[in-house]
Design a protein around this ligand. Structure first.
Ligand SMILES: [Ca+2]
Ligand SMILES: [Ca+2]
Length: 507
């Protein structure tokens, strides 16, 4: 069928991603040459050294503009590439460029290799729409994690995990940024509660300090009980300016004194009124923030004051840490309140797309006629700090029977990436370990690079398409409802690189 074999310039660029211990990987003598036999094959040869690692993870990155951007699709590579490459001279990769449907003979092509002695593949992804949401106690002593988490464009981390006794004086964020200076690291902070687990002196250093400083501002219920909105989480009276000050000063002190300086924080979370988990078994009465004997849910004045307090909290943090300190909001208020969202640099959509959006929930999220659609919400946000960031995350796990009768999990992060590619958001994968509300590290099984978008998405009936420098995405609505709202296909250089059409998927 095809094709003109591309003209190529080769160039050797080294990228050793290993950071610590005795010997870092070294890539050298990278050569790229097109075969002259008309086969369309291109040979990429290189030397790989590492004095103390028997195998390395090697990823290819390519540029079509002389090295200005490394977002050219890396397709059809075989040989000494991937997770288990032994060091040695004349490592060999075969690139079947001739099998790529799109002709791309013009351009200044460059190749470089990223080698990791921590097993991390630094594959290109473009556009920049990859998030990591991990609120677990990550082992930050493991250098592999510095590399893993650096691959994202934005990382929603647990602030208390980097501000605890073990790590508060260890510059984890600097180590992550040594791999990728562009990643934004955002720390999770509670917008309205303190954890009872923070009470003991030996508890997590941040949560303990938070507990001590906010202890005077506990909310009680209409029956005098300690108000909680989730088991073990005491509600704080953010209506009291002194409470807000205590919260913000705690953040400021750790941001200043710890070795871990976040780019911003994630407020968890802001709603239009206090939400209380209805499965609480050990709390009587209703939260009563203003102490007038009327429970929050029935107290309109209290709800109005609560919403004002949320604005005051955000504004006070901005006054204290500056315009350039990123604030991302979780919670349903900002999803539908454009004025409030205008105070945020980003929004996190938790359990996306099940909160706020009316059924069909995913279709509503992308429907320009629905007033709180994702395109609209993105326009409400601040954009001066590199954003806006709309992060879609969901730890729930869904599965389907595939075309061969096997059982597969739907990788929701891949689905959210399809959405992110349309509306310039950020997709978050999850480990899907099966525990509810467990936001833990996940990554795509299929890194994709198609370059930058060339324009807005175009809709035609049940189809949405968006073109990129080196590819396109096509989405076709099914029910529009999570967990199987749409089919989609992603193409790079005319080659299908991912498709989900339950019960079929590719690759
Ligand atoms: Ca090594
Ligand atoms: Ca009240």
């Amino acid at each position: 069928m095809r094709a003109i074999v591309p003209l190529l310039c080769s160039c050797c660029i080294l990228l050793a991603a290993g950071l610590t211990l005795a010997a870092d990987p070294v890539v050298s003598n990278v050569r790229m040459a097109e075969r002259t036999d008309g086969s369309g094959l291109v040979d990429i040869d290189y030397d790989l050294a590492d004095a103390d690692s028997p195998v390395l993870a090697v990823a290819v990155q390519m540029s079509a503009d002389g090295g200005a951007q490394w977002n050219f699709p890396v397709l059809n590579m075989t040989g000494d590439v991937g997770s288990n490459v032994a060091p040695g001279v004349d490592r060999h990769i075969v690139w079947n460029a001739g099998a790529i449907p799109t002709r791309f003979s013009e351009g200044q092509y460059r190749v470089r290799l990223a080698a990791s002695d921590r097993g991390v593949l630094h594959k290109p992804h473009s556009p920049r729409n990859i998030a990591i949401t991990d609120w677990s106690a990550v082992n930050w002593s493991d250098p592999a994690n510095w590399e893993k988490y650096a691959r994202a464009d934005i990382f929603l981390a647990m602030a208390a995990s980097m501000w605890n006794q073990q790590y508060m004086n260890v510059p984890i964020i600097d180590r992550i940024k040594a791999v990728n200076p562009d990643v934004k690291v955002i720390g999770y902070i509670s917008a309205k509660t303190a954890q009872l687990s923070g009470e003991p002196a030996g508890a997590n250093a941040f949560w303990h300090e938070w507990y001590v400083r906010t202890r005077p501002f506990w909310v009680y219920t209409t029956t005098g009980d300690t108000a909680q909105d989730w088991p073990g989480n005491v509600v704080l009276n953010i209506l009291d300016p002194a409470c807000r000050t205590a919260m913000i000063e705690t953040v400021m002190d750790f941001q200043r004194t710890s070795a871990n300086h976040f780019d911003g924080i994630l407020w968890d979370y802001f709603n239009n009124s206090l939400w209380v988990y209805d499965g609480l078994t050990n709390v009587t009465g209703q939260p009563d923030m203003d102490g007038d004997g009327i429970g929050h849910a029935q107290d309109y004045d209290e709800q109005v004051a609560y919403k004002s307090a949320e604005v005051a909290l955000v504004s006070a943090l901005r006054d204290s840490l500056g315009e350039n300190f990123i604030q991302v909001f979780n919670g349903q208020r900002a999803y539908s309140d454009s004025t409030f969202a205008g105070l945020a640099d980003g929004l996190m959509y938790e359990i996306f797309p099940t909160l706020l959006f009316p059924q069909p929930n995913m279709k509503s999220a992308l429907d320009p006629a629905y007033p709180f659609n994702l395109y609209a919400a993105r326009r409400w946000l601040r954009s001066g700090n590199g954003g806006p960031w709309i992060v879609m995350s969901n730890p729930w796990r869904t599965q389907y029977g595939d075309i061969d009768g096997g059982t597969h999990y739907i990788m929701s992060g891949n689905q959210w990436r399809a959405v992110a590619m349309l509306m310039d958001g950020y997709a978050s994968w999850n480990s899907h370990d099966g525990s509810t509300f467990s936001y833990t590290y996940g990554w795509s099984d299929n890194d994709i690079s198609v370059g930058e978008p060339l324009g807005p998405p175009v809709s035609d009936g049940n189809f949405i398409r968006r073109d990129f420098q080196y590819g396109r995405i096509e989405l076709e609505w099914k029910t529009g409802m999570y967990p199987d709202p749409f089919k989609y296909r992603i193409w790079a250089l005319g080659q299908r690189v991912e498709e989900l059409a339950v019960p079929m998927h590719f690759p």
